[in-house]
Design a protein around this ligand. Structure first.
Ligand code: FES
Ligand SMILES: [Fe+2]
Length: 428
């Protein structure tokens, strides 16, 4: 349970909020590279951390994220003309480049110097691993570019999608670090989804629905381990890393690609669920890519031309009561991604955490909240930069491993929870 003011602190990420300031100290995914496919392509409206912005790719291929609204009288620059290295407002022709600098005010003579005094808010936008990343904080505190393993592996080994999730970022993150629900909500999918089935671990997952949780802190977040019974004298461990503020990885299954998420606030009542899949030692197969594009695994089918899921709150997520009854889908909603999203959205845009009743399986969630509150307060009160901003903080992996009773998963952390470029992950 949280006090109302703690929940308020954790869930509000607009400008000048404590958690908003925290998010503004990291590189975060803003768009898929496919959204700005060529030079001078149409600009894209992007709302992040409650700020309305416009993503532009100019005639030279330079990228930028600028205030959506014209400095003259506030018209949306989305209607503007993207041409000759800048976006020209469709109303009176003021022109801005990717850095938000004003290049032209047609009504004023150049000698007046008027245009030089005009500047729109702007943030850097950098392509890495098929994703356009932005940093929305003070320029002098900008960390090095991100080096998550899924964006550093060779081309063809990684796939990323994004979908709109219509609730606050924190309840989506909390779903990502809550391994206990897998034995229930996703049980119908473990042996049928093409990106999950066939792994030895699935049987342990399904046969023991009372996992024991162990949560261990690391320098930039947590390792959340769920322990289930395996063969006599052994335990099956699924270990989920969380790196501040919102990176999580799902423990792998067999040799299937390994996957994870970012949960990025759009505003306080919506977030982007970024979902990636990669394999550290091989290219993804055509069959795997086709399954991902088809909304299997952690990906979902979206309405064409948008990133809103086809199954959404307006159609009750296409719930199929017959499939629910027959156990093909535990909740009746199809697909792992939408099973999570439907239940998390059902909690309301911002769940009332003063009313919850947590148990030991929620320890990961409790500790993540404590770490986030501590880091946000340290930044607000003492200007202490939060952990998890540096490439070395990002060298984590999830793992699924069978260990003899008595062995502690953290003892071999270096072997299976740390990135080893070009080496397979540990998975059963
Ligand atoms: S409002 Fe954009 S040029 Fe006038
Ligand atoms: Fe889930």
């Amino acid at each position: 349970m949280l006090r109302a003011e703690q929940s308020e602190l954790l869930t509000r990420t607009g400008p000048a909020t404590a958690m908003g300031e925290l998010f503004r100290r990291y590189w975060i995914p803003a768009l898929l590279a496919e959204e700005l496919p060529e030079n001078d392509c149409p600009p894209v409206r992007v709302k992040l951390l409650s700020e309305r912005l416009l993503a532009i790719r100019d005639s030279n291929g330079d990228l930028g994220l600028i205030d959506e609204f014209c400095a003259h009288r506030g018209v949306s620059l989305w209607f503007g003309r993207n041409e000759e290295c800048g976006i020209r407002c469709a109303y009176h022709g003021w022109k801005f480049n990717v850095k938000g600098e004003c290049l032209d005010v047609p009504s004023e003579p150049e000698e007046s110097g008027f245009r030089k005094k005009i500047k729109l808010k702007s943030y850097p936008l950098v392509e890495r691993g098929g994703i356009l990343w932005t940093y929305m904080g003070p320029p002098e505190q900008q960390p090095p570019l991100p080096e998550w393993e899924f964006i550093m592996v060779p081309r063809g080994q990684s796939y990323t999608s994004k979908r709109l999730q219509e609730n606050n970022w924190l309840q989506a993150l909390e779903g990502g670090i809550d391994s206990a629900h897998v034995s229930f909500l996703h049980r119908g999918n473990l042996n049928s989804d093409p990106l999950f089935r066939g792994a030895r671990g699935n049987a342990y997952n399904l046969s023991d629905s009372q996992p024991h949780f162990e949560v261990v802190e690391h320098r930039s977040g947590l390792f959340i381990a769920a322990r289930r019974r395996a063969e006599e004298g052994h335990y099956y461990w699924r270990i989920t890393p969380w790196v501040m503020p919102c990176f999580t990885m799902v423990p792998p299954r067999g040799d299937h690609p390994i996957h994870g998420h970012f949960w990025i606030p759009i505003d306080d009542e919506n977030c982007w669920a970024w979902s990636f899949d990669y394999h550290p030692t091989r290219k993804l197969t055509e069959a795997e890519l086709a399954a991902m594009r088809d909304g299997k695994g952690i990906h979902v089918k979206v309405e064409p031309g948008t990133y809103r899921p086809l199954a959404n709150k307006d159609n009750d997520y296409l719930i199929d009561r017959a499939a629910q009854k027959a156990g093909r889908a535990y909740s009746g909603v199809e697909g792992i991604g939408m099973q999570d999203a439907s239940l998390q959205e059902s909690m309301g845009p911002i769940v009332d955490r003063t009313k919850e009743n947590l148990t030991t399986t929620d320890n990961g969630i409790i500790m993540a909240r404590i770490k986030l509150i501590k880091a946000a307060k340290a930044l607000a009160d003492k200007a202490v930069l939060p952990p998890g901003r540096l490439p070395e903080d990002q060298q984590v992996r999830s793992a699924a491993v069978v260990l003899a009773v008595g062995k502690v998963f953290m003892d071999e952390r270096e072997t299976y929870l740390t990135v080893k470029p070009g080496k397979a992950f540990v998975s059963v």
